[in-house]
Ligand binder design. Structure first.
Ligand SMILES: [Zn+2]
Length: 320
């Protein structure tokens, strides 16, 4: 979700007595969180918006406190690495504080405002690890909009993972500061031509394209290089809805392409809520959980060697 959700709105819409998932008996050994945010400032800190699901009081209300609270939540949840995006300068300060844990992302909404030269320079200097969260949907810019072309080309050129926000956004978003957002622009199949034009793009669809399950499955089926993260839907959606969606992706055969994400925003405790939602999922095996928590992201980020899903040539024998 984007960094500037209107606080009063969030409190009104999301605050609900949804019980947190029950704690799991065995904590996962290690987790990569592909969806964490850092901010230099945020209006929700001033408004002290409690956790939108539990109502938990907000205590970390500036950059340093938020960073320390998020690192503490990561440690408690065994999150060993996280893709951090938001205010770039803040992300770089997080990197300085925890070089081994932080994967530096560059976040933006409007692709026309991005200085491509700056990104080349940051990559060359070794500071930039990923593009995203890309919130172009908030600007009414679809994934297949020509304005996005230079971004995709740059991601390919620099061999950078790209995390694209695909989600309807908050209910009522057009009335609270995002007049251009359209849920229809979150349809994963809008990425088809992009993936044909940019076959080397290391794309992950943030929020797993919720709620477009069937189209997400169609995209994952057609483009084996695409991954998803389950940020925000794993702790803000009703448990049954999250389970329906995650289970749908796993049972369709894409358990190796789903990455853990929290999208903690200004609520560091959301990391543990998100972990609990997956850890307590009785439809996942221990192996599927460790894939989602760690191995899928490690493969996507090339932190560990890739094992081919099928032997060479096997796919050609499948019926057409
Ligand atoms: Zn998002």
């Amino acid at each position: 979700m984007d960094s500037i959700l209107t606080s009063a709105f969030l409190a009104a819409v999301l605050f609900a007595p949804a019980p947190a998932a029950p704690p799991s008996p065995i904590a996962p050994a290690r987790i990569i969180d592909m969806h964490v945010h850092a901010y230099a400032r945020d209006e929700r800190w001033q408004a002290r918006i409690g956790n939108p699901v539990t109502g938990q009081t907000m205590v970390a209300t500036d950059e340093n406190a938020h960073r320390e609270a998020t690192f503490a939540a990561m440690k408690r949840a065994h999150v060993v690495k996280a893709m951090i995006s938001g205010d770039y300068e803040a992300v770089l300060r997080w990197k300085q504080a925890a070089p081994d844990q932080v994967i530096v992302g560059y976040s933006f909404d409007d692709p026309e405002k991005v200085d491509l030269g700056f990104l080349r320079q940051e990559k060359a200097a070794g500071r930039l690890d990923a593009l995203g969260e890309v919130g172009s949907q908030y600007e009414g810019i679809g994934p297949n909009d020509p304005k996005m072309e230079p971004i995709y080309a740059l991601a390919e050129e620099l061999d950078l993972p790209l995390g694209l926000h695909m989600h309807p956004g908050p209910p009522g978003a057009t009335a609270i500061g995002y007049p251009k957002i359209r849920p229809a622009l979150g349809d994963p199949l809008l990425l088809e031509d992009v993936l044909v034009r940019h076959p080397r793009l290391r794309l992950y669809v943030m929020h797993a394209g919720w709620p477009f399950l069937e189209n997400m499955i169609a995209l994952l089926n057609a483009y084996p290089q695409v991954y998803v993260d389950v940020g925000v839907i794993d702790w803000t959606k009703p448990r049954k809805e999250f389970d329906r969606y995650l289970r749908g992706l796993v049972e369709a055969g894409y358990g190796k392409r789903i990455m853990f994400g929290s999208d903690q925003m200004v609520w560091p405790e959301a990391i543990e809520m998100a972990v609990a939602a997956i850890q307590s999922a009785d439809y996942l095996t221990a192996g599927q959980k460790s894939d989602i928590f760690y191995h899928n992201a490690a493969r996507f980020l090339r932190l560990e060697p890739t094992t081919p899903v099928a032997p060479k040539g096997a796919m050609e024998t499948l019926p057409r």
